[in-house]
Design a protein around this ligand. Structure first.
Ligand code: NAD
Ligand code: UGA
Length: 429
């Protein structure tokens, strides 16, 4: 049955949710606070790189099922469901900052119809359902938790093909109404209490981060004993209990969620009286990984980076997204610059003209080969597929030294060695 839905916040989660729900036949109004964003989206211009999202936004705009408005209060007047998809960034003490959630709830409270269901889709700690209830200031509406598990870069696919839909509600009839919105999706549906739904979200992200830190630690061990982590991971992944997903060694995990969510879970545990030492270790291993990769570059460059030029391929936190938030690439390049290197970088999703304070001190070029001119070391930081197919004879001719640090184990090692490159990966020679 088609529902009337409002989405508050048109970022990666809100825009994907809005576009996908309109695709499923619902009538959707999306609100944001940034006028330029609302104007662009109303013209069908999608401000983020997300496969398939442009098509769904165009489809929704032309059918009239999807609209964009400025201001949360202007989206909710006749909504049966309101999704809160606003940021929950990290506070100074590591906990999740709920101020955007509270502000959005205060804004919409007076404009809601009785019996409207307000849904926390943002990642929020235990107790946030109550926080939203208080901020709404309404006793005649429901608040339900419905965490989102999409990945950037495959957000539309993940939303429409979820591994599960989790609904946390005290009121069973509210949970059933929310479940009705997802009837078009073939996914297991889990209805639970709000606290469990909130913990499912954090526990899932922290577990995935744990897998990656574990494999990065195994990669360090492989280097020490002369094993090849790619073979080790292949052998581990055949075991169905382990599986082969999220076992790719790399420069460390990043992005807008794993770093803040893992710290928030440590904090949630601390406040509940449990010292989550395991997860603190996972975070420490990740910080060490940034340091290890920077140190590998330093050693490849001969031990001293001062005045040396480094070429970097990859700035985003992973491939197939344009998102630079908490990118391990930037973390590592910051360390290289602190050691005296000058950095020229290329990323298929980041144009040279892109002005962003996070790129300060890095010369961004549109051409991958231009990044390599006079460089002592080329460091591959993001796993963009096209990096594999570049002309390494040309790269060799442009660089001052033929040295490659492949922090994603992406390139064909033997082909580089044949061309006279000194090659180093992660967890293998
Ligand atoms: P984002 O920063 O991309 O988007 C948030 C949007 O909300 C922005 O456009 C901002 O302008 C808007 N906004 C802020 N306050 C508002 C208000 N009062 N009214 C209307 N709009 C407002 O954030 P995101 O990456 O989409 O993440 C949102 C939430 O979803 C976070 O809690 C995050 O942890 C969670 N989450 C993110 C992902 C992901 O892959 N990015 C996946 C799952 C869950
Ligand atoms: C992650 C989760 O995968 C989503 O399920 C979740 O909804 C989302 O966080 C969120 O809560 O925001 P995302 O941040 O888009 O999604 O990125 P991932 O694909 O999970 O990658 C996170 C980081 O881990 C990246 O830096 C990536 O390069 C790294 N990674 C991932 C590895 O180093 N190795 C791997 O095997 C997998």
């Amino acid at each position: 049955m088609a529902s009337k839905i409002a989405i508050i916040g048109t970022g990666y989660v809100g825009l994907t949710t809005g576009a996908c729900l309109s695709h499923l036949g619902h009538s959707v109004v999306c609100a944001d606070v940034v006028p330029e964003k609302v104007d662009a989206l109303s013209r069908g211009e999608v401000p983020i790189l997300e496969a398939g999202l442009d098509e769904l936004v165009h489809e929704g705009l032309s059918s009239g099922q999807l609209r964009f408005v400025l201001g949360a209060e202007n989206a909710v007047g006749d909504a049966e469901f309101v999704f809160l998809c606003v940021p929950t960034p990290q506070s100074d003490d590591g906990s999740a900052d709920l101020s955007y959630i509270e502000a959005a709830a205060e804004q919409i409270g007076p404009h809601l119809q009785p019996e409207t269901i307000v849904i926390n889709k943002s990642t929020v700690p235990v107790g946030s359902t109550r926080v939203v209830e208080r901020a709404l200031g309404r006793g005649d509406v429901h608040v339900v938790s419905n965490p989102e598990f999409l990945r950037e870069g495959s957000a539309v696919h993940d939303f429409l093909n979820p591994d599960r839909v989790v609904i946390g509600a005290d009121d069973q009839s509210a949970a059933i109404r929310v479940a009705g919105m997802y009837l078009g999706l073939a996914a297991p549906l889990q209805v639970t209490d709000p606290a469990s739904a909130e913990i499912i979200k954090y526990a899932s992200n922290a577990f995935l981060a744990t897998k990656i830190s574990y494999v990065n630690a195994i990669a360090a061990l492989c280097e020490a004993v002369g094993a090849d982590v790619n073979d080790v991971v292949l052998g581990m992944g055949y075991d169905k209990r382990i599986g082969n997903a999220f076992l790719r060694p790399g420069p460390g995990w990043g992005g807008s969620c794993f770093p803040k969510d893992s710290r928030a879970l440590v904090k949630i545990a601390e406040e509940a009286g449990y010292d989550f030492g395991l997860l603190r270790g996972v975070i420490d291993v990740n910080e060490e990984q940034f340091e290890r990769v920077a140190d590998k570059v330093r050693r490849l460059a001969g031990g001293d980076l001062s005045g040396k030029r480094i070429a970097a391929w990859g700035l985003t936190f992973k491939a197939r997204t344009d998102d630079l938030r908490e990118s391990p690439s930037l973390e590592i390049l910051r360390r290289l610059r602190a050691l005296g290197a000058t950095v020229r970088a290329h990323d298929p999703a980041v144009r040279a003209a892109h002005a962003d304070p996070r790129l300060e001190g890095i010369e961004v070029v549109d051409d991958p080969y231009a990044a390599c001119e006079d460089a002592e070391v080329l460091v591959v930081l993001t796993e963009w597929d096209e990096f594999k197919w570049h002309d390494f004879d040309k790269v060799a001719g442009l660089m001052a030294g033929r040295r490659v640090l492949d922090a994603r184990n992406l390139l064909e090692r033997s082909a580089l060695k044949r061309r006279g490159f000194e090659y180093e990966g992660i967890g293998r020679g």
